[in-house]
Design a protein around this ligand. Structure first.
Ligand SMILES: Cc1ncc(COP(=O)(O)O)c(C=O)c1O
Length: 348
């Protein structure tokens, strides 16, 4: 391929989704919100589809930026760039801040980072999280010493552990140590604090947020890059004004106009996580503290494949064969999961 200027793509692995069995009865592997958004959000998207012959209206995108600034409690719309899922916000940051250089990040972390960094030709320098009782922690001072990079990327709450890795003090240290820092707060709605709203205090920090989880819009692909207006203005030059489909923009506006529906789901997730911990620990397995919509479990080797044979999908994680990540699904899906693990635990 003579035209391939990014030579490194040839050796890069493709980001693989887990294999799907034919009869899925519980979809607990994608950290999705199992419930659709309210009808008024769906209607807003449908109405936009009726006018899909027209290009998206830039004024509506600006409206979304205003609402998002209010929701994320940042100074104004010029601090917020809507993107096609937060994946795109991550990709833009990797390409702008770490193109063909190095990225410091914890291990484990979001499994799409290697693909996004690979596309930017960046090398990943991992630093291992430590286990402390029922959570994972990031030793920030050691991370800074051990993982070099033009950009530090930390997902906090972290996927797949569910742990909160950075507080404001930690962020201060990171922002002094690295030229740029990206905090991925995809799950911040499930956590006791959000760092995004501190954006004004950190000139070299970028945040990513998503409407895929708490707002149930994963299929419409909407996320945000949040940072100071200078970064946002420059990074915006890499996207065109019509990149986000009007149905997505309209659904996101309707969702942000009344974001209260996410609260009920968050409460349900938090209650169910407690139940899950009890059920898992009654079997002698371990469930980790989680500030997300999933829980990390250390069980026994073979559990993931045995669950899959029953159509119950949970996700393998790169910590070893006994470990898996299970999303909080609908009560009926959780019931199937609990029944299955109780039965399997007897056999293993
Ligand atoms: C930590 C983290 N960041 C980002 C994303 C991407 O979310 P989306 O592209 O749907 O906004 C995910 C998805 O699961 C995630 O777990």
């Amino acid at each position: 391929m003579k035209c391939l200027k990014r030579e490194w793509l040839k050796n890069m692995k493709t980001y693989m989704l887990p294999q799907k069995p034919r009869n899925v009865v519980a979809r607990l592997h994608m950290n999705e919100n199992p419930y659709p958004p309210p009808q008024r959000v769906i209607e807003a998207a449908k109405k936009a589809v009726e006018n899909c012959n027209l290009y998206p209206d830039p004024e509506r995108l600006w409206k979304l930026r205003e609402l998002a600034a209010k929701y994320y409690k940042v100074p104004g719309p010029e601090w917020v760039l809507p993107t096609l899922g937060s994946d795109t916000a991550l990709r833009l940051t990797f390409e702008c801040c770490a193109l063909t250089s190095e990225i410091a990040l914890p291990f484990p972390s979001f499994q799409a980072y290697p693909a996004l960094a690979g596309a930017a030709g960046a090398k990943l320098n991992y630093y291992n999280l430590e286990i402390s009782d029922d959570k994972f922690v990031l030793n920030i001072d050691e991370f800074i010493k051990g993982a070099k990079g033009e950009l530090a990327v930390v997902d906090s709450p972290n996927n797949p552990t569910g742990s909160l890795l950075v507080d404001e003090k930690g962020l201060e240290k990171l922002s002094k140590a690295y030229p740029a820092v990206l905090i991925d707060e995809a799950y911040a709605e499930f956590a006791p604090y959000e760092l995004t709203r501190e954006v004004e205090k950190f000139a070299n920090v970028l945040f990513t947020r998503t409407m895929s989880k708490a707002f149930a819009l994963a299929g419409l692909r909407i996320g945000f890059l949040i940072s100071n207006p200078e970064y946002i203005e420059n990074i915006s030059k890499m996207v065109l004004p019509y990149d986000i489909p009007s149905a997505t923009v309209e659904a996101a506006i309707a969702a942000m106009e009344d974001p209260s529906y996410s609260r009920e789901y968050i409460e349900y997730v938090n209650d169910e996580k407690k139940k899950l911990k009890e059920k898992v620990e009654a079997l002698g397995w371990k469930a980790f503290e989680s500030y997300t919509n999933f829980v990390l479990v250390k069980a026994k080797e073979g559990v993931v494949d045995m669950l899959r044979e029953r159509g119950i999908m949970v996700r393998k994680v790169p910590l070893g064969k006994e470990w898996f990540r299970v999303s909080i699904g609908k009560p009926e899906e959780m019931k199937l999961f609990y029944e299955a693990i109780e039965e399997l635990a007897d056999k293993l």
